[in-house]
Write a protein that binds this ligand. Structure first.
Ligand code: NDP
Length: 252
């Protein structure tokens, strides 16, 4: 069930890592509200064309932008072209992310770099690249996809947790810096959500995790998408600098 937010109709929203997982569900939820979904992807063009068709079928307008969030030059070029030639972007979902679960002792410097570069620096760079555009847009709302481990920490996820905790500091800072420009910035901290990222866990591990979640199950990507739509909409117009958990009670 996706709640309806009428002000999202026609809103131009960029979703990074929008081709699968949580990002794809967010794109579909936004499209079903009639938004213009600008989905970022890295994969093949045929899949992106198919996704654009899917988004338009459910009621939205869709534009695919191909870039890697760690490639600042390519990302800036794609976003500049879009905002100059098509429309200002007034919603941003910094969703693209990677994880690498391993003990701190085994974590290699290049693994730390790629996690921080994608999850934290990538989100900061996309936000910065759009900051001039945001001054021309109305009711700007930014949503950063952090993680519950960014708040509570987790063994074997030191770099990932650090990158996600960094997003919280970043979001709170720009919430203060840009509030006078009518820009809001909030963070979502999902717990375990059913996607490729958690499919990598074996069944025994999933059963163990379910025991520690009061609601007794992993969340769905649609549940995260619903919260994202709320934060992008004026329905959450008095909320900024917030950090919202969606974790079935995992971290109470
Ligand atoms: P998936 O692994 O299913 O998808 C990740 C998405 O990010 C893919 O679209 C991927 O693109 C994209 N991506 C990764 N690196 C880059 C990059 N350098 N440039 C552009 N796009 C990139 O992950 P989820 O959907 O599960 O997770 C989405 C977000 O939610 C992540 O930030 C994750 O950390 C966070 N999260 C997820 C949780 C979960 O339980 N699933 C829990 C807490 C947080 P491609 O297809 O090209 O690889």
């Amino acid at each position: 069930m996706i709640a309806k937010y009428t002000d999202l109709e026609g809103k131009v929203v960029l979703v990074t890592g929008g081709a699968r997982g949580i990002g794809k569900s967010i794109c579909l939820a936004l499209a079903s509200q009639g938004a213009h979904v600008v989905f970022n992807y890295r994969g093949d063009e045929a899949k992106a064309t198919a996704l654009a068709g899917e988004l338009e079928t459910v009621g939205g307008k869709a534009t695919g932008l191909k870039f890697d969030v760690t490639d600042y030059e390519a990302m800036t070029k794609a976003l500049d072209e879009f905002t100059k030639n098509v429309a200002p972007i007034s919603g941003l979902v910094n969703n693209a992310g990677i994880s690498k679960d391993t003990l701190l002792l085994r974590l290699k410097p290049d693994e730390i770099s790629s996690i921080i570069d994608t999850n934290l620096k990538g989100s900061m760079m996309v936000t910065q690249a759009l900051s001039r555009n945001f001054l021309r847009a109305e009711n700007v709302s930014i949503v950063h996809m952090s993680s519950i481990v960014g708040v509570m920490g987790n063994a074997s996820q030191a770099a990932y947790a650090a990158s996600k905790a960094g997003l919280i500091g970043f979001s709170k800072s720009i919430a203060k810096e840009l509030a006078s420009r009518n820009l809001r910035s909030n963070v979502i901290c999902p717990g375990f959500i059913q996607t490729d990222m958690t499919d990598a866990l074996n069944e025994k591990a999933k059963e163990e995790y379910n025991k520690s979640i009061p609601l007794g199950r992993f969340g769905t990507t649609e549940e995260v998408a619903n919260l994202t739509c709320f934060l992008l909409s004026r329905a959450s117009g008095y909320m900024t600098g917030e950090v919202i958990k969606i974790d079935g009670g995992l971290y109470i």
